[in-house]
Design a protein around this ligand. Sequence first.
Ligand SMILES: NC(=O)c1ccc[n+]([C@@H]2O[C@H](COP(=O)([O-])OP(=O)(O)OC[C@H]3O[C@@H](n4cnc5c(N)ncnc54)[C@H](OP(=O)(O)O)[C@@H]3O)[C@@H](O)[C@H]2O)c1
Length: 286
Amino acid sequence: MKVSLIGVGLMGYAMAERLIASGHQLTVFNRSTSKAEPLKELGATIAVSAKDAIQEASVVILMVSDARAIEQLLFTDGQVNLSGQTIIQMGTIAPSESIEIQKKLFKQDCHYFECPVLGSRNEAREGRLILLVGSSKEKFERWLDFLKVFGPSPRWIGDVGKAAALKLALNQLIAAHALSFSLSLGIIEKNEVDVDTFMTILRESALYAPMYDKKLSNWMKQSYENPNFPTKHLLKDVDLILDEVNNKGLSNEILQAMRNVIEQSVNEGLGDKDYSSVFQIINRLK
Ligand SMILES: NC(=O)c1ccc[n+]([C@@H]2O[C@H](COP(=O)([O-])OP(=O)(O)OC[C@H]3O[C@@H](n4cnc5c(N)ncnc54)[C@H](OP(=O)(O)O)[C@@H]3O)[C@@H](O)[C@H]2O)c1
């Protein structure tokens, strides 16, 4: 299939590799062209504008930072003819933002649905993402086989907005786990308790989450290079979750406190590092 992918940052690049490896004819567009260039050698065509990428395609995937970027690409940067096109939005945005984009695209006779993902670069490259689809049931069934390129079992969550909401609920747990585990690890270290003993007991208990082991070496080495999910995007997501919590009348105290720590991490220059960098702030390691 002729696929266009807009946004080849950390996730988009890995998704591009996956699409090419699966035999799709891929065109990519990225605002900073240099990030897309290496994909040329793998067989992708590099478009000079989002408009060109969209016109080339049977389907367009969006994998950019946020809704503002989507607005700019589709509605601000020149006139893009979207009539008859299908756009699949795979980044993490708010339910209300996704619904708004759908409305605008519907007016232009463009088919839109959301498909936020759980998992990161390796899962994208290897087709192991968890895909959450917000669309009509009919559209889900129409695109199911194609979506399986990114993950074996895409799940239909409900109409546009529902999958975006589910994704925010999951990412709230990323923030909570990262911060909470950092604090526990801090207690262990400051009391000179053996970390291996702590981990062994934790793994045997109902409290364990696999992400603790995934990030443990970052935390132990205090090294947050080569991020899968950068701290700045965790802050972006927590802001989306805070809006959601406030709009729905849920308690925001815990989330606000988490936000403060993540924001400090970004302010201290760790925005482009892995989100496990929140450990630095929690444990006041300067
Ligand atoms: N990383 C993960 O593990 C992960 C997992 C699941 C979901 N997500 C979500 O997936 C999305 C992409 O994440 P990522 O990690 O790939 O982020 P990233 O590496 O920061 O890439 C962001 C992409 O958005 C583009 N972009 C940003 N602002 C733009 C604008 N105003 N106009 C045009 N393009 C713009 C960037 O272009 P430039 O290169 O020109 O800056 C880049 O292609 C985010 O919503 C993120 O929350 C990430």
